[in-house]
Design a protein. Structure first.
Lengths: 253, 182
């Protein structure tokens, strides 16, 4: 089959393309291309602006982060410095207060200076001190007397609370627990002093005997004198007198 | 000469890609007539054809980055135009079906070597063809679109396009013979 028709058309193709589009088509096209270019520029501009804004945001956030970090650090340091400076004056204030007032002071939190020192450990300590005063629950007082030394904040307040418990608690086991906790800090002069004082005030014979034993092991000052008073005391129970005699003998060795 | 045109076309396309709209105007001036006539072979309305021409070149400009520099720009933009035209016709509910023609039977096979062709008489004969025949023969012979691609454009099978092209050609020869006899 020949292709004469196709060949003829192919050779005379231009003759079949006689129509010409009007100039308006080109004008409209140029107008649309211009609009397209402006749109593209606007889009590029927006993208650039967005990139710039994102970069600025990142920098701003980084700046705020660094500022907060350094500020917190300096604030912490300043707070620590303030707290360290305040400690001696606070201790003095605490020493001058009676024991009962100390508890109230810690609980009620009236002093603005002490309030700055109240942190988590302080709260734990205050919780135990409050429990030691709970006359309705000996078990809670016993736990408090045992656990209070585990709180990281063992200070004069704790020693006083335990001493009060050792001297006045109606339950022997609670008193013994308080004695055991105090004896952990036997190297502290304040503790030794309180234990010797407690020997004079102690009314529970079992606790008194244990106390004599502990003080003998500690070889506390003035113990000999106190032991002789017990031995010479007519109202002192015999087991206590025997314990005192044995301690005098131990101390003389 | 052809090589020079290709080099010039590549230079213009590169300039367009860099945002030179004047270069695109030159490309338009080179190929708009050819593309416009291809559209007109589908659509009789000049205004609609001009709209499609403008839309086609704008689409070409917008997608210039996708154009492979080693390809033929004229063929590329013409395909864009033809696809847009076919979509336009589909929107107007003009469907290219795999239909059985109702034209006169073509039992007689014409020997085209005996014909003396003239542009004007050939154009008249093509205009007398049914719409689908006319479309296929123009796309294949005048616009140089392969039959397989015509099938893809119109949603027809390759076999249908080949059969219809053959029938369209015989119909043209039949018309031309009648004219010559007359």
């Amino acid at each position: 089959m020949s292709n004469d028709l196709e060949n003829f058309i192919s050779q005379n193709k231009e003759a079949f393309n006689t129509a010409t589009p009007s100039n308006d088509v080109l004008k409209l096209l140029q107008k649309n291309i211009l609009a397209q270019q402006q749109k593209q520029r606007k889009k590029t501009g927006i993208i650039r602006s967005l990139k710039f804004v994102s970069a600025a945001c990142v920098l701003l956030l980084a700046g705020v982060g660094i500022y907060n970090f350094s500020n917190n650090k300096s604030v912490d340091l300043a707070n620590n410095a303030t707290q360290v400076n305040e400690i001696p004056s606070i201790v003095k204030k605490v020493e001058n207060l009676p024991v009962e007032d100390l508890h109230k002071s810690a609980a009620i939190n009236k002093e603005p200076l002490t309030s700055t020192l109240i942190n988590q450990n302080e709260l734990v300590k205050n919780k135990y001190i409050t429990q030691l005063q709970n006359m309705d629950a000996p078990s809670k007082r016993y736990i408090a007397a045992t656990e209070i030394v585990n709180s990281k904040q063992v200070d004069k307040e704790v020693v006083d609370a335990l001493t009060t418990c050792l001297n006045n608690d109606p339950n022997t086991n609670v008193r013994l627990a308080a004695l055991e906790s105090l004896s952990i800090f036997y190297k502290e002069p304040l503790v030794k002093k309180r234990l010797i004082e407690s020997l004079k005030k102690q009314t529970d014979p079992i606790v008194k005997m244990t106390l004599i034993d502990v003080l003998t092991k500690l070889r506390a000052n003035n113990l000999q004198k106190e032991l002789e008073k017990i031995v010479n005391d007519l109202h002192a129970p015999k087991p206590v007198k025997d314990q005192a005699n044995q301690s005098i003998h131990t101390l003389s060795l | 000469m052809e090589q020079t045109n290709i080099i010039q076309e590549h230079i213009l396309i590169d300039a367009c890609k860099k945002g030179n709209s004047l270069a695109f105007t030159q490309l338009y001036n080179c190929y708009s007539k050819d593309v416009f006539n291809s559209i007109l072979r589908f659509i009789d309305n000049i205004a609609e054809a001009e709209d499609l021409l403008q839309e086609s070149f704008l689409a070409a400009y917008q997608n210039l980055n996708q154009f492979d520099t080693h390809s033929n720009f004229r063929a590329w933009v013409k395909r864009i135009a033809l696809n847009k035209t076919i979509s336009f016709l589909r929107k107007k509910k003009i469907v290219f079906n795999e239909w059985n023609d109702n034209i006169d039977s073509l039992d007689e096979i014409f020997d085209e070597s005996k014909f003396t062709f003239q542009v004007q008489s050939l154009q008249k004969a093509i205009q007398q063809l049914p719409y689908s025949y006319k479309t296929i023969i123009q796309l294949y012979v005048i616009d140089d679109i392969p039959q397989e691609e015509i099938g893809q454009m119109l949603g027809l099978s390759h076999n249908t396009v080949r059969t219809q092209y053959h029938r369209a050609k015989q119909k043209i020869l039949q018309i031309l013979q009648k004219q010559q006899v007359v």
